[in-house]
Design a protein around this ligand. Structure first.
Ligand code: FCB
Length: 451
């Protein structure tokens, strides 16, 4: 397929996250988050930078919405900073925080752009981490209360919501690898964290629907198609185990009230996870849609149980048979087609949206100030064609959000990666649409991907 056409009601979007763009880390009553604490610690972030200012989006609603409008987008995925609206993670709301998100949603609606907020994109209130964080079962209740608070307050202007962004990544990087906030390297805490998040998801979805039954609630997953390293039956089994553990660990609990057993070598470590009788009923809830974040595939081979926490029976192998982005991530558009088709089936045919997909290329302004990021245009073209192919194969994919609207704070990588459709000068904070942004704006306007 060399051209692809999308329906008129397809959502063309871009995605961001609060800590990566907002700045204003301690303004208007906002509480400290685990990312504030982590990034303020020496040795955690490349270049010793942090998100204190980031893109200053907290003060630039008008500029950001104007950018989205210039890109002809009709959907904006952003996240709500929990400590901005509930500073210590429990108790009454901070009205100034809620007002910011209401102003943003209203500005989007006035520009005919659908607001698509995620309730948790990794910035837990530090006070809850001090009480044990996601490793503490009670955090699930706190999250459900917060979710009900925000959706009660803003559900009159925002209809579509996501609970979590990438539970696999933030539990693992935050509690097992220690590479992200809160920087813990504790296998047992990691196992408990995954279970708390699954409990939180079920509780929150029910709490949101109890507050406002008409809202459509989804969850956003980081996924990688697993390609077996060889033709052997063992590698095929290992690839399936990878799929269960990486792609479905937070999917099956909400859809079916159970963990994907294929993920582990033998029995689930239920006791270490803090699993209690009846948790199946807490985890299960009605999920209206699923968000798919796709960056790359993984090549998987059979291996003796190695993972410190779960004893998963596989290993991933080098994957540089594909071209790499400037971040070193392989570019493989067919992986997006494959995983959309697979996840559509494994999610029981609920609607999907691509909630993130993108690439870091470091192209900056030339002498005339133009950003000629041709590699991003090629990436976008291939990946949008892959979405069209997945749709043609029957996957009900209703939207595509490019990561990201503008260059921003890339977690432990600081400001060393540039994923934006828009270039940000981090001294002046000036935003300049890249050539890829102009190209994508045409696609969004016409609903057609040119050859
Ligand atoms: C995803 C995150 C997002 C961004 C991209 C590059 O894992 O959800 O915040 O950092 O990676």
């Amino acid at each position: 397929m060399s051209t692809a056409t999308f329906p008129a009601d397809f959502f063309w979007g871009a995605a961001t996250a609060a800590y990566q763009i907002e700045g204003a880390w301690n303004e208007d009553g906002k509480g400290e988050s685990i990312w504030d604490r982590f990034a303020h610690r020496t040795g955690t972030i490349k270049g010793a930078t942090n998100g204190d200012v980031a893109c200053d989006s907290y003060h630039r609603i008008r500029d950001d919405v104007e950018l989205l409008r210039r890109l002809n987008l009709n959907s904006y995925r952003f996240s709500i900073a929990w400590p901005r609206v509930q500073p210590s993670g429990r108790g009454p709301e901070e009205q100034r925080g809620l007002d910011y998100y209401r102003r943003l949603a209203e500005a989007l609606l006035a520009a005919n752009i659908r607001p698509l907020p995620t309730l948790y994109h990794w910035d837990l209130p530090q006070a809850l981490e001090d009480a044990g964080g996601w490793a503490q079962r009670d955090t699930a209740e706190r999250f459900a209360e917060y979710a009900a608070l925000v959706t009660s307050a803003l559900g009159d202007v925002i209809g579509d919501w996501a609970t979590f962004n990438e539970p696999f990544i933030f539990t693992r990087f935050g509690y097992l690898d220690g590479y992200h906030a809160p920087g813990r390297k504790e296998p047992d805490a990691y196992l408990r964290a995954t279970h708390t998040v699954n409990l939180a998801n079920g509780l929150a979805i029910r709490a949101i629907k109890a507050a406002r039954s008409a809202l459509r609630v989804g969850c956003v997953y980081s996924v990688s198609p697993a390609v077996p390293a060889s033709e052997s039956a063992d590698d095929a089994t290992a690839a399936e185990a990878f799929h269960a553990y990486v792609n479905l660990w937070f999917v099956e609990p909400v859809l079916a009230g159970r963990y994907p057993a294929a993920a582990v070598n033998g029995e689930l470590p239920l006791a270490r996870m803090g699993y209690r009788d009846g948790d199946d009923r807490i985890m299960r809830a009605s999920l209206d849609w699923a968000g798919i974040n796709y960056y790359f595939h993984q090549v998987v081979r059979s291996a003796p149980p190695s993972d410190e926490a779960l004893g998963v029976p596989f290993a991933t192998v080098g994957r540089n048979e594909h071209p790499l982005t400037d971040f070193g991530w392989p570019v493989n558009a067919d992986g997006l087609r494959a995983i959309l088709v697979r996840m559509y089936r494994d999610c029981g045919n609920i609607p999907l949206e691509v909630t993130e997909n993108g690439c870091s290329y470091l192209d900056g302004p030339d002498a005339r100030g133009t950003i000629l990021d041709e590699r991003r245009i090629a990436y976008l073209r291939e990946h949008l064609i892959a979405v069209a192919q997945a749709r043609a194969e029957g996957a009900d994919v209703r939207g595509y959000h490019h990561w990201t609207l503008m260059d921003n704070f890339e977690w432990a990588e600081g400001y060393t990666q540039r994923f934006g459709l828009t270039y940000v000068d981090f001294r002046s904070l000036e935003r300049t649409v890249k050539d890829s942004g102009t190209w994508y704006a045409d696609v969004a306007r016409t609903g057609t991907v040119p050859v």
